[in-house]
Design a protein around this ligand. Structure first.
Ligand SMILES: Nc1ncnc2c1ncn2[C@@H]1O[C@H](COP(=O)(O)OP(=O)(O)OP(=O)(O)O)[C@@H](O)[C@H]1O
Ligand SMILES: [Mg+2]
Length: 318
């Protein structure tokens, strides 16, 4: 079990009672041997924010969350939660977490595990409410070690929401959940955020980040590549998509040589481009004497923006 709950009861604080900073990283570095997992990271999270942490495999998302929860010490820099150390904030029951790795306690039922976790929390919710919200009421009497992967994820979620936390930290929470469970999960998370809690989650589902987060932080190689709303991230990636159909024979070389292109693709009559300056590219298409039909110009989705950003950074680095 890797859910973090308080072991000691201290003064309970209302979520949102801090006008200050929920999470503060100042120039934090963490290396594993020669791998720099977190590289001079500075960021602040504020009360009530729902923040998605994006990044390719190995970008340092889980390492960042581990440092945030005080599960590992930083090599340098400082990490604070609610103005105190992670350990103090967790002991005060202010943080709920659902991590990527680690097993659940085995020889117990789901209800027993949730009951125990609630008992350890200074501000617990009623056990039945926790089971219901996490969608595990119907499997409450099953043994924890007999659950499917998606069911296990839901139990982890139940443990992370066993009490009233001011900050909820989730590492790829919906991996392994089916579509219905994912929707129910995010509906619950939205309610938690609406009550003023800060939610920080790492994910590879970009549509989740787009739909749920009011702030997106893109990490790569332990550094912040972009930080803003999903719309700002898309704008930062710059590129726009252009699609059109061309009948007849096509001079592929001329198309590939269009100005400002960042991607080119052709399937049959349909040409799909990405361009850093869509207006100029479209002008150049007409200037070639072509007659594109069904012309569409659209902004990038978060997924394409993410790929464009991380690939551009890769290219700069090499
Ligand atoms: N305990 C460890 N020992 C050695 N190297 C580690 C350890 N934990 C992480 N790393 C390395 O640190 C880097 C960052 O890993 P991290 O798990 O933080 O990435 P991530 O962004 O969570 O990736 P994923 O999307 O795959 O979960 C990787 O290169 C990883 O191999
Ligand atoms: Mg990870």
């Amino acid at each position: 079990m890797t859910t973090t709950t308080a072991k000691y009861s201290t003064a309970a604080t209302d979520p949102g009672s801090d006008s200050g900073t929920v999470v503060s990283f100042r120039n934090v570095t963490k290396s594993y041997g020669s791998v720099r997992a977190v590289d001079g990271l500075s960021l602040e999270l504020h009360p009530g924010e729902t923040v998605a942490l994006l990044g390719p495999n190995g970008a340092g998302k889980s390492s960042t969350l581990d440092l945030l929860l005080g599960l590992r010490p930083a090599d340098s820099g400082s990490v604070s939660l609610f103005g105190t150390t992670p350990r103090e904030a967790i002991a005060a029951g202010r943080v709920g977490a659902m991590l990527q790795t680690g097993g659940l306690m085995e020889e117990v039922t789901v209800r027993e595990l949730v009951t125990l976790t609630c008992a350890l929390h200074p501000r617990p919710h009623p056990v039945d409410q926790v089971l219901g919200l996490a969608g595990v009421a119907d499997i409450a009497d099953r043994m924890v070690n007999k659950l499917s992967g998606g069911q296990e994820q839901r139990v982890r979620f139940a443990l992370a929401t066993a009490g009233r936390n001011d900050l909820i930290v989730l590492d790829e929470p919906t991996t392994g959940m089916d579509v219905t469970s994912r929707q129910a999960f995010w509906a619950t998370m939205r309610e938690q955020a609406a009550e003023g809690r800060t939610v920080l989650f790492a994910t590879h589902y970009l549509e989740e980040a787009d739909a749920i987060a009011d702030r997106v932080i893109v990490l790569q190689k332990g550094r912040v590549l972009a930080d803003g709303t999903a719309a700002e991230i898309k704008a930062k990636a710059g590129a726009r998509r252009i699609a059109f159909d061309l009948a007849g024979s096509v001079d592929e070389d001329a198309l590939r040589a269009l100005p400002h292109l960042t991607a080119y693709e052709r399937h049959g009559e349909t040409v799909r481009l990405q361009s850093a300056d869509a207006d100029a590219t479209v002008h150049a298409v007409y200037a070639l004497g072509l007659y594109p039909r069904n012309l569409e110009v659209a902004g990038l989705g978060l997924e394409q923006a993410f790929i464009a950003l991380t690939e551009a950074e890769e290219a700069d680095a090499s």
